[in-house]
Design a protein around this ligand. Sequence first.
Ligand code: HEM
Length: 327
Amino acid sequence: MVRRVCIARILRLCAAVAVITGLSILPVRVRAAQPLVDGVVKVGEYDHSTVLGNGLYTLSWTVASDTAWFGIQATTTGWVALGIDPEIAMNGADMVFGWVSGGKATVLDQYSTGMFGPHPDDTSLGGTTDILFSGGSEQAGTTTIEFSRKRVTGDKYDKPVPASGNLKIVWAIGNADGISPHAAKGSATINVGAPASIVLTFTIGSMTGTRNGTPVTLDAAPVIQNGRTLLPVRYVVEPLGAMVTWTAGTQTVTIQRSGLTLALVVGKATATANGVSVRIDPADAHVVPVILQGRTMLPARFVAEQLGCAVSYDPTTRVVTVTFPKP
Ligand code: HEM
């Protein structure tokens, strides 16, 4: 927190100097070295994220040095939970269970002792509470819980979080605050450690793209319209751990990723990012999502940049390159 304030002050000072001296100053993207556990998951705050349960539950995580940070955003006003490294069903899962009530987050360090619970607090089993920082918020039907802990706590009711590689998890949400049956649940394997860099390439007019050098077959070829590249969005969005949904009634494509909900409507030059209107191309109102041969094609640069990617286009080879994270 202190360091962020200092950086913000330095940037403000630089801006003031620039104004006084007439120098132009470029926007600087200051990436937090580690997530801030303040109960709000911000775009780009975590190294990784994945959308589970058809969009009901988004898990974000960063693992660095001896610490792990997790952010849960779920469609509920009740409880949310993460279970680390279960043995079978819920059994043996190191659970963090939380909810927000009256603006206050309750976050518990628990352990499931049976296949279908119970999952008492570690302290009641003779263990310790090892959550370092936690926070939460509830807004518009979404509950967010963030917490950090040491990767290896030494408590036998906490499962180690590896520095890299795969980690099995279970997740669940409930409709009420406090311990009550789940309304939705599931399991997944996540990859912890340094953020995987992803490089995607697409060639205008070609059904073959690449993902980190491996060929990928698209279901529609990228096209150029009004001087802007349009892509079948799934091939950009899904490799980044985001989820795409299509609402036929309103002709809306919704893209969900850690801290971001992006909505684009076919034929409209304005999208929304977390409910705020954004022009897809400030310079050209003709750049809009379109449906071509039954496929929804979205403006590549707008979507990729909103998701924290860099986008480049080589007019000679007609290749679009999307790089995540932005170098
Ligand atoms: C709040 C108290 C809880 C109760 C009473 C409970 C109870 C149960 C029961 C009876 C089942 C088997 C029936 C079914 O599939 O619905 C089950 C399955 C499951 N629960 Fe829970 N649960 C609780 C909390 C949690 C939490 C906190 C998590 C995750 C962090 C979780 C994850 C799961 C998963 C993934 C399954 C499916 C397991 C499988 O079929 O392999 N549960 N739970």
